[in-house]
Design a protein around this ligand. Structure first.
Ligand SMILES: *Cc1c(COP(=O)(O)O)cnc(C)c1O
Length: 380
């Protein structure tokens, strides 16, 4: 059976060009970048080139990029790194109720260590209020961490305006851009972003490699002791092939950006309109237009996501409940709760996230099967 993949917010395949640039770094160019001989220097050069590619895309300097093992590590390093270093200045952090667990759980850990966290509400589309943000700022606020775009409902936050507020109050601004990189144009300078997290496997690069941008001059502590890699901020021999892959993947993602984006938006809007037209009692979660180009999240009344996913899997369709609905845990998503939909509708959510390889034919296959499956499940 042909497998049709609609879960690009969870991870993506590695593009062939990306894979090809990575391969030499496993068995041929395997030198340690910290070594003195030329074999090590070649590796060092490759890492530098990747750093420059990332920097060019988000408009920063190469030396402001730190490679990590994933998006989660970048979030941890950014938030804990800044908080531990700035403890004497204050202990208050502002974030939102809809962050990824990599940010939410990091904040919860910091709360146990004596930091104070404000979790901002979002409106029914998943957007924060700039007014509420500014009101939450206190004397002791040291960091604002707000995601660029949400991984469940795709809502894009007003990052530039948030950056302006942070700058005006002299507070550091971190954004989790793991879903945004590859899908949205980011300019850290123009948007007043001080720290930014990304992860290669969300933009057709390999798993197990991420990056953190930290603006020059910002002090942050390291979380791991060891060698002097990544300018003393992230000890451990570099994942060279992964880093090279991340550099190539981000470069490719922004080369044909407009065309790819248009294609995804068209397919997304087609899917949404077809579902709304052909299946009764559904609700689109998140904003209709202010959302990631490939993201859709629709609730089906009277349906349990897990059952639906199981039936879709039988048809070779990969999608997601859009929540941490791991087996045995059917508590509704914290994001859907935050936008105020009732828990019954939240439990019937289906996240379909489109990507590079999806065609209209794939989407039609998905729609046909959904019509069939939803009608059967509702009869039971
Ligand atoms: C996937 C994701 C992460 C985690 O990235 P990993 O590389 O899987 O650790 C963090 N934040 C958001 C918004 C994500 O979508």
């Amino acid at each position: 059976m042909k497998i049709r993949y609609f879960d690009h917010a969870a991870t993506t395949y590695v593009k062939e060009e990306v894979l090809n640039t990575m391969i030499p770094f496993f068995a041929i160019e395997y030198g340690n970048a910290s070594s003195m001989y030329s074999k090590g220097r070649e590796t060092k050069k490759a890492i530098h080139l990747a750093r420059e590619k990332v920097a060019k895309v988000i408009n920063c300097k190469a030396k402001e990029i730190y490679f990590t093992s994933c998006g989660s590590e970048s979030d941890n390093l950014a938030i804990k790194g800044v908080c531990y270093k700035n403890k004497q200045k204050g202990n208050h952090i502002i974030t939102t109720k809809i962050e990824h667990p990599a940010v939410l759980h990091t904040c919860q850990t910091l709360e146990k260590q004596g930091f104070e966290v404000t979790y901002l509400n979002v409106d029914s589309n998943g957007c924060i209020s700039l007014y509420e943000l500014e009101n939450a700022i206190k004397e002791n606020t040291i960091l604002i961490s707000i995601m660029t775009a949400n991984n469940e409902i795709g809502t894009i936050q007003p990052i530039k305006e948030i950056g302006k507020i942070a700058k005006k109050h002299n507070i550091l601004f971190h954004t989790d851009s793991v879903q945004a990189i590859g899908n949205i144009k980011i300019d850290v300078e123009g948007m007043n972003i001080d720290l930014l997290s990304m992860s290669a496997h969300k933009f057709y690069g390999p798993k197990g490699v991420g990056a953190l941008y930290v603006k020059e001059g910002i002090e942050f502590g390291k979380l791991q002791d060891g060698g002097h890699q990544e300018r003393d901020k992230r000890a451990g021999t570099e994942n060279v092939a992964g880093i090279v892959g991340l550099g190539e993947a981000i470069d490719i993602a922004y080369k044909n950006f407009e065309n790819n984006n248009e294609k995804l938006k068209k397919l997304r809007d087609y899917y949404i309109s077809q579902i709304e037209e052909k299946i009764p009692n559904v609700k689109l979660n998140g904003d209709r237009t202010n959302r990631l180009p490939g993201n859709t999240n629709i609730s089906f009344e009277g349906i349990q996501s897990e059952e639906l996913l199981y039936k879709l899997d039988e048809k070779g369709i990969c999608a997601s409940g859009g929540s941490a609905c791991s087996t045995g845990n059917s508590s509704p998503s914290h994001v859907l709760m935050a936008i105020g939909i009732n828990s019954k509708m939240a439990k019937g959510a289906l996240r379909v996230t489109l990507g590079a390889e999806n065609t209209k034919e794939d989407v039609d296959y998905l729609i046909e099967n959904l019509i069939q499956i939803i009608s059967e499940l509702r009869k039971q």
